[in-house]
Design a binder for this molecule. Structure first.
Ligand SMILES: *[C@@H]1O[C@H](CO)[C@@H](O)[C@H](O)[C@H]1NC(C)=O
Ligand SMILES: *[C@@H]1O[C@H](CO)[C@@H](O)[C@H](O)[C@H]1NC(C)=O
Ligand SMILES: *[C@@H]1O[C@H](CO)[C@@H](O)[C@H](O)[C@H]1NC(C)=O
Ligand SMILES: *[C@@H]1O[C@H](CO)[C@@H](O)[C@H](O)[C@H]1NC(C)=O
Length: 334
């Protein structure tokens, strides 16, 4: 892949909505990827005829910031921006029409990523959409779309890598976080203040450190919030805590190549009340294996500047590559 995969980045469109995005905060995976593609040190070709895929470098996060009027629920401006943009590139270049968008990809970590693509049917149904909000109930199709990890970069560097060895992880399961969405509500309602082993808080008690709890718990609970992805999944992997994904219809990142069942626990929403039963049923031998694998997969979620082999940037490109392999342009063309 590193040798033959060539990506063309469309040059149309102006900053800030095109060609850049947020590099910090919960949407940083969107901005960091756009920046790396723009820098062009890896995979990028300036010759569109040599490209295997075409990147649409718009940022849904900046679109929401600059075009959407808060609380109006009027997203017509965003619709116009996306429709105009696809119109522009499909008139100016032959590539979009040739495949009806199938060898094109967009990437977004915003909750509205799926929604933003819905204004152009070919973009929604044919293009490769790389999104944090990988919710199968919102049209995420894992055979053509790819799940993007949500990574909360507080500064431009990663932090919190590493944690206690399994023998020093004294808490069975930990969660602290606000009441965002119905799954969090169910979790807090069921577990907050109810159990000594499953520690669930909406407000972290005085003197307790969120980061240290991740580093010293066996399992870290990662319920979906307003959308399916949660930055806790990667926080848990960084802290070498086995993540417990509590969601429905969520396709976790890189599942083509990573076997999530071997290093995480996936709990359907209907089984929130069974969390303790499910976790205590995991033997200590099995736990040790899972925790060791969390450490093994950690490098695939690391954010490096510049990117390093097998880190999150290359993994994202690999997800796109795997999906591109399924597309035969001639088939679509004829
Ligand atoms: C692509 O298709 C559209 C709609 O059919 C058409 O208007 C446009 O001119 C085509 N683009 C090219 C480059 O031929
Ligand atoms: C998912 O994508 C594949 C490949 O493009 C397509 O064949 C399939 O019909 C899609 N599934 C759904 C439910 O849209
Ligand atoms: C997934 O999408 C469905 C349909 O829009 C929605 O009802 C559900 O709440 C979403 N899941 C999460 C966790 O946001
Ligand atoms: C999950 O919930 C279903 C339905 O409530 C129940 O039948 C099943 O036993 C639960 N699974 C576990 C692992 O507890």
């Amino acid at each position: 892949m590193e040798k033959v995969f060539k990506i063309y980045v469309y040059e149309e469109g102006e900053v800030p909505i095109f060609h850049e995005g947020p590099c910090r905060g919960i949407y940083s995976s969107e901005g960091r990827f756009i920046h790396e593609m723009e820098k062009g040190k890896f995979y990028r070709t300036k010759d569109p005829h040599k490209a295997l895929v075409y990147f649409l470098p718009f940022s849904v996060v900046t679109m929401v910031q600059y075009i959407y009027m808060p609380e109006t629920f009027d997203r017509n401006g965003m619709k116009l921006a996306v429709v105009d943009y696809i119109n522009l590139i499909s008139h100016k270049h032959p590539f979009w029409n040739r495949s009806h968008g199938a060898d094109h990809f967009m990437l977004s970590c915003h909750d509205w990523g799926p929604f933003t693509t819905s204004f152009v049917p070919d973009l929604f149904h044919n293009s490769i959409r790389v999104m944090c909000n990988a919710n199968t109930s919102e049209g995420f199709n894992s055979s053509k779309d790819a799940s993007l990890p949500e990574i909360n970069l507080k500064t431009s560097e990663m932090s919190g890598i590493g944690g206690q060895p399994p023998s020093k992880r004294s808490t069975l399961a930990f969660y602290a976080g606000g009441l965002h969405g119905h799954i969090r509500y169910l979790l807090l309602n069921e577990w907050k203040g109810k159990d000594q082993d499953v520690l669930v808080y909406d407000k972290l008690p005085q003197g307790m450190s969120y980061e240290n709890m991740f580093k010293s718990s066996k399992f870290c609970l990662c319920p979906s919030g307003y959308e399916v992805a949660s930055p806790r999944v990667v926080e848990a992997i960084y802290a070498e805590c086995v993540p417990v994904l509590i969601s429905d219809g969520y396709v976790p990142p890189f599942s083509d190549v990573l076997n999530w069942n071997s290093f995480s626990v996936q709990v359907p929403v209907k089984n929130i009340s069974d969390i303790k039963t499910i976790l205590t049923a995991i033997s200590s031998r099995q736990y040790l294996r899972m925790q060791r694998r969390v450490k093994q997969v950690q490098r695939h979620f690391l954010v490096n500047g510049p990117p390093k082999r097998y880190d999150v940037f290359h993994m994202i490109v690999h997800s796109v590559w795997l999906r591109r392999l399924n597309i035969r342009i001639q088939d679509i063309f004829t």
